[in-house]
Design a protein around this ligand. Structure first.
Ligand SMILES: NC(=O)c1ccc[n+]([C@@H]2O[C@H](COP(=O)([O-])OP(=O)(O)OC[C@H]3O[C@@H](n4cnc5c(N)ncnc54)[C@H](OP(=O)(O)O)[C@@H]3O)[C@@H](O)[C@H]2O)c1
Length: 251
């Protein structure tokens, strides 16, 4: 199969594609000839740099996805941009520390609203923009934290565990519309999100726990997202693809 032919004329919206994993996904889909909708919240300069690095048709859209109205605005503008959405990658997120004895309602809401509730709104709003005859593909970004938990980040782990349950539920619910729903669950990835903790001795300790002895680069995650969106995965739905160097196996 020629992957570029597979993706010819496909419209891909990637949330949180100004930086990190989302940016790597945007670049990889662009190299395959897709039309790309880059989304950011605050970092307009980074989003513009992503656009400038691409040769295919692109649009940049801004939205704060921590509330329903921001999600609706993004999908309405994204749907209008190219008249359809074929592939939706919901990647944006935050990772905040939250010890259980100190956690507040605001802390909880920030993470759950952005990392979990927005996925419901974005999916609901996108359904009318998938071509009704061909369907589409949704890829959600979970985490090893959603599979084995994460001490002191329990609200993040719960949000990412919720992403896994959502993936499996929507896969069955949306199958009659030919919309496949899968998730990628990365382990540690070298991005702004984790940069502060991936330093010094702690970095060495983390690497020692990963069977493949490497922290992933964003470019190590993007091909799995592309695979799940491609025809190579046309009979795969409801799947959680681990991209973690084997780390869940020894957690
Ligand atoms: N890095 C890791 O080790 C790791 C591991 C497992 C899973 N993940 C997951 O992978 C995904 C991407 O993470 P990353 O490491 O690439 O993160 P990142 O480099 O910190 O990028 C986060 C992205 O999310 C956007 N964003 C943040 N707050 C937002 C808001 N309120 N509304 C809309 N967009 C918002 C940011 O936009 P701006 O640039 O405009 O701020 C940015 O594009 C996340 O879901 C994360 O939980 C990451």
């Amino acid at each position: 199969m020629d992957l570029a032919k597979n993706f010819n004329d496909k419209v891909v919206l990637i949330t949180g594609s100004s930086r990190g994993i989302g940016r790597a996904c945007a670049k990889t889909f662009s190299e395959l000839g897709c039309k790309i909708i880059i989304h950011y919240n605050k970092n307009a300069t980074a989003a513009m740099e992503v656009k400038e690095s691409m040769n295919t048709e692109t649009q940049i859209l801004q939205a704060d996805l921590s509330h329903e109205s921001g999600c609706k605005k993004l999908i309405s503008e994204a749907g209008e941009t190219f008249g359809k959405i074929d592939i939706l990658v919901i990647n944006h997120g935050i990772w905040e520390r939250g010890e259980i004895n100190k956690i507040t309602t605001n802390d909880l809401n920030r993470t759950i609203d952005l990392n979990l509730k927005s996925l419901f709104y974005l999916t609901r709003e996108t359904i009318p923009f998938f071509p009704s005859n061909k369907g589409g593909s949704i890829i959600l970004i979970s985490s090893t934290a959603g599979q084995r938990g994460e001490a002191n980040y329990s609200q993040y782990a719960a949000s990412k565990g919720g992403v896994i349950a959502l993936t499996k539920s929507l896969a069955v619910e949306l199958a009659p519309r030919k919309i496949r729903v899968n998730a990628v669950a990365p382990g540690w990835v070298k991005t702004d999100m984790a940069n502060d903790v991936l330093q010094g001795d702690y970095l060495k300790e983390i690497i020692a726990t990963i069977p493949l002895k490497k922290i992933a680069a964003p470019e190590d995650i993007a091909p799995s997202v592309v695979f799940l969106a491609s025809n190579y995965a046309n009979h795969i739905t409801g799947e959680i693809l681990n991209v973690n160097g084997g780390s869940v196996l020894c957690g």
